[in-house]
Design a protein around this ligand. Structure first.
Ligand SMILES: *Cc1c(COP(=O)(O)O)cnc(C)c1O
Length: 385
C-alpha cells in the first residue's frame, strides 16, 4: 500500500509512522486451505485475542464470507464486540466464563464450553427466567489430557453429566476436548487423547447422553490427525498463516497475514564513537547513518531482541542497534544505498524478496509465534489490504 516510502496521506491517516499490515486475502486463502483438509467438518474459526492480533471484526467478516460456520472467542467482551459490529453467526466461548454471567451468555447468544454442573445449572435457571423458548446450546468439555477444563471420566463426574443433560432449557451441542501436544513429532500422547475422547463419548452414549457433534481439533490436529476432525474443527493459528511447528510447513501452504512496518521518521549521519539508546550498549565503529523507527516493545518488538533484531530497508537486512525502547528503536542503515527519511522498514514480513518471519522474533525472545502475533496486535494501527 505504501510501497517504499510512507507518503503524507498515509502519515495523516494513521497518525503514526508504524503499523501492522493485515492481508485479509491471506486469511481467506488459509481458511480455504484448511477446509480442503477437513472438507466434512464445520469450522469454528478462532478470532479470540483480537484474532491473534490481526483484528477480530475484519478477520471474522473475512472468514464468514469465505464460508466459516462459526467463530470462537475467549471472553464475553470479545463476543460482545462481534455482536456489536452486527455479526450474528454462531459464536463459541472457548474459555470458562464467570459463573455470574449466565445472563450475558444468553443475551449474546454464545455457546459456552461447560465444565461443571454448577455452571450448567445456573445457565438452565437463566434460560427459564428469561422465558427463552429455544434451549441454550452448550459444548460439554471432556478431560482427555489437556488438564485445563473438562469433566473427568469418573463416576461422580459422569453422574453430573447425566444431570446436566437432563436440565431444562439446555442442549448439548457437542462433546468438546482439546489437544495438549497435537503439534509434537511424537504423536503418542495425542493419539491416546483421541482414544480417550472416543471412549468417553461411548461411555456417555451408553448412559443415554448424546450430542450431535464432537469437536477436538486445533490447527495442529487439523494438519496431523484427520481421524480427530469429527463434525467440528477449531483452527486458530493456521488461519493467520502461521504454523504450530516448523515441521508442519510441508502439510499445507499457508500465507502469513501480518506484516509489521515502520517508517524511518528520523535519519541522520553520526560520527564514529556515537552511542545509541539506553545503557549506550551500541557504539558506532565508523561514521554511520542511524535511523529511528517509531515502534518499540510496547508495539510488540520484544526488548529481549536487543542486539539481535533486524529490519528490511530497501530490500536490505539491517540491524536494530542499541536497546529497543518502549516506543522506538534505531536501525543502522549505513550500508543501504539511497536511504531516505520515511523509507519503510519491515520488522516482520517480506520486503524485496527478503523475509523476517514472525518465528524469528518469537524464537529470539523465548516465546512462540502465537504470543508474538498477539503482542504486535496490541497498539499498532492496523491497515487492511
Ligand atoms: C485457541 C483455541 C483453539 C485454536 O488453537 P490453534 O492452535 O490456534 O489452532 C482451539 N480450541 C480452543 C479451546 C482454543 O482455546
Amino acid at each position: 500500500m505504501y510501497n517504499n516510502l510512507m507518503d503524507n496521506d498515509a502519515q495523516a491517516k494513521l497518525k503514526r509512522a508504524a503499523w501492522a499490515e493485515i492481508d485479509l486475502s491471506a486469511v481467506a486463502h488459509n481458511f480455504r486451505a484448511l477446509r480442503a483438509l477437513a472438507p466434512e467438518s464445520r469450522f469454528i474459526c478462532c478470532v479470540k485475542a483480537d484474532a491473534y492480533g490481526h483484528g477480530a471484526v475484519p478477520v471474522a467478516r473475512t472468514l464468514l464470507s469465505a464460508g466459516a460456520e462459526a467463530l470462537g472467542v475467549a471472553t464475553l467482551e470479545e463476543a460482545a464486540q462481534l455482536r456489536g459490529s452486527g455479526i450474528s453467526a454462531p459464536v463459541a466461548l472457548l474459555s470458562a466464563a464467570p459463573r455470574a454471567n449466565a445472563a450475558d451468555i444468553l443475551s449474546l447468544g454464545v455457546t459456552p464450553v461447560v465444565t461443571t454442573w454448577e455452571d450448567a445449572r445456573l445457565l438452565s435457571e437463566a434460560v427459564q427466567s428469561a422465558a427463552q423458548s429455544a434451549p441454550a446450546e452448550i459444548f460439554l468439555a471432556l478431560e482427555t489430557g489437556m488438564g485445563r477444563l473438562g469433566f473427568l471420566r469418573e463416576e461422580a463426574a459422569l453422574r453430573d453429566i447425566e444431570r446436566v443433560a437432563a436440565l431444562p432449557g439446555i442442549t448439548i451441542g457437542a462433546f468438546f476436548s482439546h489437544f495438549a501436544t497435537a503439534e509434537e513429532e511424537d504423536q503418542g500422547f495425542a493419539l491416546a487423547q483421541i482414544e480417550r475422547f472416543d471412549a468417553f463419548c461411548a461411555a456417555l452414549a451408553a448412559r443415554g447422553v448424546t450430542a450431535p457433534q464432537r469437536t477436538m481439533a486445533n490447527s495442529a490436529a487439523i494438519l496431523n490427525f484427520p481421524q480427530a476432525h469429527y463434525e467440528l474443527v477449531r483452527p486458530g493459528l493456521a488461519l493467520y498463516g502461521l504454523y504450530p511447528a516448523e515441521r508442519l510447513r510441508a502439510k499445507v501452504e499457508l500465507r502469513p497475514a501480518m506484516r509489521i512496518q515502520a517508517a524511518i521518521s528520523y535519519l541522520r549521519r553520526v560520527p564514529k564513537g556515537f552511542t545509541v539508546s539506553y545503557g549506550k550498549r551500541f557504539v558506532t565503529e565508523r561514521e554511520s547513518l542511524i535511523g529511528t523507527l517509531p515502534a518499540g516493545y510496547a508495539d510488540g518488538l520484544p526488548r529481549a531482541l536487543t542486539g539481535s533484531a533486524r529490519a528490511l530497508v530497501r530490500g536490505h537486512s539491517v540491524p536494530v542497534v542499541g536497546a529497543i525502547c518502549m516506543d522506538q528503536c534505531m536501525v543502522d542503515v549505513t550500508d543501504v544505498p539511497d536511504v531516505r527519511e520515511y523509507d519503510i522498514a519491515t520488522l516482520v514480513g517480506e520486503q524485496g524478496g527478503e523475509r523476517i518471519a514472525l518465528e524469528e522474533i518469537a524464537r529470539g525472545s523465548g516465546t512462540i509465534n502465537y504470543e508474538a502475533a498477539c503482542r504486535f496486535g496490541q497498539r499498532l494501527p492496523k491497515v487492511y489490504v
